[in-house]
Design a protein around this ligand. Structure first.
Ligand code: A2P
Length: 343
C-alpha cells in the first residue's frame, strides 16, 4: 500500500520537477494528484509515462491524501496549508510562508533531519530557499570539522527561481535584443538579458533584500544560530542553476585539501575541483542533476582560518523539488506517517 500524494502548483516550474522526481525516484505512491489554480483546471501535466489532468486546489478534498507537496506561492500556502494540515495531510511547502515559524520544521535532510520531530504540531514542514539549500549542504560537513564563525556569500541566481514568467522574460528579451525590438521588463525590475540585477525579492528597512535575509535566517535555523552570515543576492541571465561564491571563516584550522576530502565524502556533495581550464562546474552543467557541486576550493590568506569556494546546484531540484521529496522520503523511512487509506 503506497501513499496518496498531491502536488499543488503542478503546472509551475517546481511543481513539474516534483512530478518528474517522484517518478524518477520511484516514490512509494499509490496515487499522484496534480493541483493548480482554477485557470489550469483540466489541463494536462506529465508524470513519468502517464498524463495527469490538473484539478482545482480550491475544490480538492484532502481528507484521504497523505502528503501535499506545495509550490504555489506564499499567499496560496498561507491560505491553504493550515486547512490541509488540519485535514491530517502533511504539507511540505516550498514557499517562505512557514519557514520562520517555531512550530514548523525547516529541513534539509543532509543537514538537520532530526529537526523533523514535531512536524505534526501544524502538519506543515518547510523547504528552504533555493540559495540556502545548496549552501547548507556544503557548509554542514565543514562546520562539523572546523566550526564556522562567519560566512560571506554572493549568489548568482538563475531566472527559473522567479518561476515560469522569469524564464519567459529572459527568452523574450534575448530574442528582442537580437532582432532590435524594444525590450520590455515585466517580471524583473531591469533588463535581465545580457545583464545582472543585484535585487531579488523586496527591499527591507536596512537596505538588504528579503532574499538576502532569508539566507542568513535559514542558515541559522538549520545549521547553527551562532554562525554569522552576510549575503548579496544577484539575478543573472541563466535559465537553470544557482551559483554562489562563498567565503568562510572558521574557529579551527582547516586547509583547502582537508576541506576537499571532507566534501568528497559528504552526503549530497560532489567536488569538481581541478586547477586547469574547465576544471570546475558551471550552472549549465548542473541543470537536471541532484548534487550540490563544489569547485574552486582555496585558502583565504586574509583571515586566520579562511576558505573560499564556488557552490553550484540545480535550483529547481536541490533548491526546491528534490529537497521536498527527500523530506517526504524522510517521513516515510522513519515511519513518521502511514498511508491513511490502509488505516
Ligand atoms: P496556475 O498555472 O494555474 O497559475 P511558477 O512559480 O512556476 O510560476 O508556478 C506557480 C504555480 O502555482 C503554478 O502551478 C500555479 O498554477 C500555481 N498557483 C498560483 N496561484 C495559485 C492558487 N491561487 N491556487 C492554486 N495554485 C496556484
Amino acid at each position: 500500500m503506497g501513499f496518496k500524494i498531491a502536488v499543488a502548483g503542478a503546472t509551475g516550474n517546481v511543481g513539474r520537477e516534483m512530478l518528474n522526481i517522484l517518478s524518477e525516484r520511484g516514490f512509494p505512491a499509490s496515487e499522484v494528484i496534480a493541483l493548480a489554480s482554477a485557470r489550469s483546471q483540466g489541463t494536462e501535466v506529465s508524470f513519468g509515462d502517464k498524463v495527469l489532468k490538473v484539478q482545482n486546489l480550491e475544490h480538492y478534498d484532502f481528507s484521504d491524501t497523505d502528503i501535499c507537496l506545495m509550490s504555489a506561492g506564499g499567499e496560496t500556502s498561507k491560505k491553504w496549508s493550515p486547512k490541509i494540515g488540519a485535514q491530517g495531510c502533511v504539507v511540505i511547502d516550498n514557499s517562505s510562508a512557514w519557514r520562520y515559524d517555531a512550530e514548523v520544521p525547516l529541513i534539509v535532510p543532509e543537514v538537520n533531519p532530526d529537526a523533523i520531530a514535531g512536524f505534526n504540531k501544524k502538519n506543515i514542514i518547510a523547504n528552504p530557499n533555493c540559495s540556502t539549500a545548496q549552501l547548507v549542504v556544503a557548509l554542514k560537513p565543514l562546520h562539523d570539522a572546523a566550526k564556522i564563525k562567519r560566512v560571506v556569500v554572493s549568489t548568482y541566481q538563475s531566472v527559473s527561481g522567479a518561476g515560469k514568467e522569469g524564464m519567459d522574460e529572459l527568452f523574450t528579451q534575448t530574442r528582442a535584443v537580437f532582432v532590435a525590438d524594444p525590450v520590455e521588463n515585466k517580471k524583473f525590475t531591469k533588463r535581465i538579458a545580457f545583464n545582472v540585477i543585484p535585487h531579488i525579492d523586496s527591499f527591507m528597512e536596512d537596505g538588504y533584500t528579503k532574499e538576502e535575509w532569508k539566507v542568513l535566517a535559514e542558515t541559522k535555523k538549520m545549521l547553527d544560530p551562532k554562525i554569522k552570515v552576510t549575503c548579496t543576492a544577484v539575478r543573472v541571465p541563466v535559465f537553470i542553476g544557482h551559483s554562489e561564491s562563498v567565503n568562510i571563516e572558521f574557529e579551527n584550522e582547516i586547509t583547502a585539501d582537508q576541506a576537499r576530502d571532507i566534501l568528497r565524502d559528504a552526503p549530497g556533495c560532489l567536488v569538481i575541483d581541478k586547477h586547469e581550464n574547465g576544471g570546475y562546474i558551471t550552472p549549465v552543467e548542473c541543470a537536471g542533476e541532484d548534487a550540490t557541486f563544489i569547485s574552486r576550493i582555496r585558502e583565504d590568506a586574509t583571515v586566520e582560518n579562511g576558505l573560499n569556494m564556488w557552490v553550484v546546484s540545480d535550483n529547481l531540484r536541490k533548491g526546491a523539488a528534490l529537497n521536498a521529496i527527500q523530506i517526504a522520503e524522510l517521513l516515510v523511512n522513519r515511519g513518521l506517517i502511514k498511508p491513511r487509506a490502509a488505516a
